[in-house]
Structures are given as C-alpha cells and as structure tokens.
Design a protein around this ligand. Structure first.
Ligand code: PLP
Length: 285
C-alpha cells in the first residue's frame, strides 16, 4: 500500500509525520473520508466544499488548489488499486516548534492522503440492522467543523462496542439526539415522515445526509429537519444512521428498546436502494 505525505508517495507501512506535526500535538486539523465505488469517488464536490469550509473556519490554508488535490486523491486510489473503498485526507496546521498559537504564515499545512479497499459493513449487518446506545454528547460547541479532535467520539464508540452495539447516538441536555459518533441520526415517524436534526454548529453537515434528503424528496418521501428525542426515536416506525461508508444503516434497537418490529424498515430500504442508484449514476461527481 502507498500513502501520500507532504508531497511524497511513500510505503504505507512506514509512512509517518514529523513529531512536531500539529495534527499529532494539538489535533489542529481537519479531515474528510470519501467513498470510492466502482473506482469512482462519490459526492466529491460536497466533500471538497466541506473541506474548504472546515479549513476556512479554522484559518488553515488549503494545501493546494482543489484540482491538484483531487489528482493526488485519484493517484492514491490508483496506486492502491481501490475499486470499492475509501480515501482519507487530513490537512493540519503543519510542522513547527510546539507552541499553542498559530505558526508563522509561511509554515505550510500538512497533507496526508491514504486509501483502502473495503466499503461499509457486511451484507448480514445491513440486512439485520444494528443496535445503538445513547450517551451524553460531550463534544465541543463547533461540531460543524470536521476536526480531527475526535476523543469524545472515540470514547462514545468504544462504549457502544463494549455494550455490544454498533454505534452511539449522542444526546444533548434536552434529551434530543444530536448525531452518532461518525454518523447522522434519523427516524421515520408513524405517518412516514423522515426526520433528522437541522444543520447548525451542534452536528456535522453529513454529505450522505445531504444526498439522502435530496433523494428522499425526489422520491416523494416527506422530510422534516428538526430535533427528535430518544423517547421519540424508540417509538418511531423506523430508525437509521448515515455516513459515507454506511449509507443508510438500519437501526433496530435503541438502548434496550426494539424499534417497531425489530427489522429494517421499508423507507430505510428504499433510501439504500436510491443511494445505490445515485452511486451508479451521477454520484461520481
Ligand atoms: N457525524 C459525524 C460526527 C461524523 O464524523 C460523520 C462522518 O464521519 C458523519 C456525521 C457523517 O458524515 P458523512 O455523511 O459526510 O460521512
């Protein structure tokens, strides 16, 4: 395997950043994960726009213009022979003697790109659906920035795994679900309306979330962007959780409550089907 690190394509096994890299020392950086399906990137424009926004919010420079950046990603995918998998990209504030304030403007940002084969959970997991547990949302107040500072997400995901669940849904002080640790949270109400939390600084603007809303609306499925509580989710007709790698993954248990009859719902299934059509078609750009 091959990785790209600050201008060089290097063997993945020995690829590394400098000990003074601000990504390592301060988590002072942002990232993106982009799906590769059939050899093509999915929703690339949305990912590049979100990357530019995250960097702007943190006043980190783009490491290079968008076109060469896309070429680097394409090259890493090609060199790793990825047909179905992911590209990971991290940009951080670069290498400089450790000190909290920003380094001088002349210090270039660091850029790391990796790619690997394998996309999403097994067919069995998707068919059966998964359990989520709910945990208090302990993250910072700018969750709209796709920061590499993921410690609360790591702890919540580990808590889920130790409880035998797939994902943790994080809950705000009002008892409403914000999002998963690496996914956006959704329910389908009894009357068939798709509900997900509105965008704001309390959740990440998932690219999959954005595409799912567009696909649902085009298919005549009503969509409401509003917060929902854990209790409402437990009583919902369907629930699922979404990300670049999982698409719309059915949630069939929330804590100890079984959602509906405990099987993936028909609207979730329909959305997965629509996403597959999207990926096979214009989704490549
Ligand atoms: N929410 C969080 C906190 C995430 O980390 C992610 C993805 O990693 C998502 C939501 C889903 O975003 P996307 O659909 O762009 O993968």
């Amino acid at each position: 395997r091959i990785a790209y690190v600050n201008g060089r394509y290097v063997p993945h096994a020995t690829a590394g950043v400098h000990v003074e890299d601000r990504g390592l020392q301060f988590s002072d950086g942002v990232y993106e994960v982009i799906a590769i399906a059939g050899g093509r990137p999915i929703d690339m424009t949305g990912h590049m726009e979100r990357l530019a926004r995250s960097l702007r919010e943190l006043r980190i420079a783009m490491p290079m213009p968008a076109r060469p950046l896309r070429m680097v990603m394409r090259e890493v995918v090609r060199r790793n022979r990825v047909r179905n998998g992911i590209v990971y990209l991290q940009v951080n504030r670069g290498v400089y003697r450790r000190d909290h304030p920003f380094p001088p403007a002349a210090v270039p940002p660091s850029l790391v790109v990796t790619a690997r084969s394998g996309l999403g959970p097994s067919a069995a997991v998707t068919e059966e659906g998964v359990r989520v547990v709910t945990v208090p949302d302990q993250r910072w107040a700018r969750r709209d920035i796709k920061s590499v500072a993921l410690l609360p997400n790591v702890l919540a995901k580990q808590a889920a795994r130790e409880a035998g669940a797939y994902e943790a849904w994080q809950v705000d002080a009002d008892g409403a679900v914000t999002e998963g640790t690496s996914t956006n949270a959704w329910i389908v109400t009894r009357d068939g309306t798709l509900v997900t939390r509105p965008l704001g600084d309390d959740i990440l603007a998932g690219i999959t979330r954005h595409t799912l809303i567009a696909l649902a609306r085009a298919d005549g499925i009503p969509v409401e962007q509003r917060a929902f509580t854990v209790d409402e989710a437990k009583a919902a007709r369907e629930a699922f959780t979404s990300s670049t790698t999982l698409l719309a993954l059915p949630v069939v248990r929330i804590d100890d409550a079984v959602v509906a009859n405990g099987a993936p719902g028909s609207i979730t299934r329909r959305l997965r089907e629509l996403y597959h059509i999207h990926m096979a078609g214009a989704g490549g750009e």
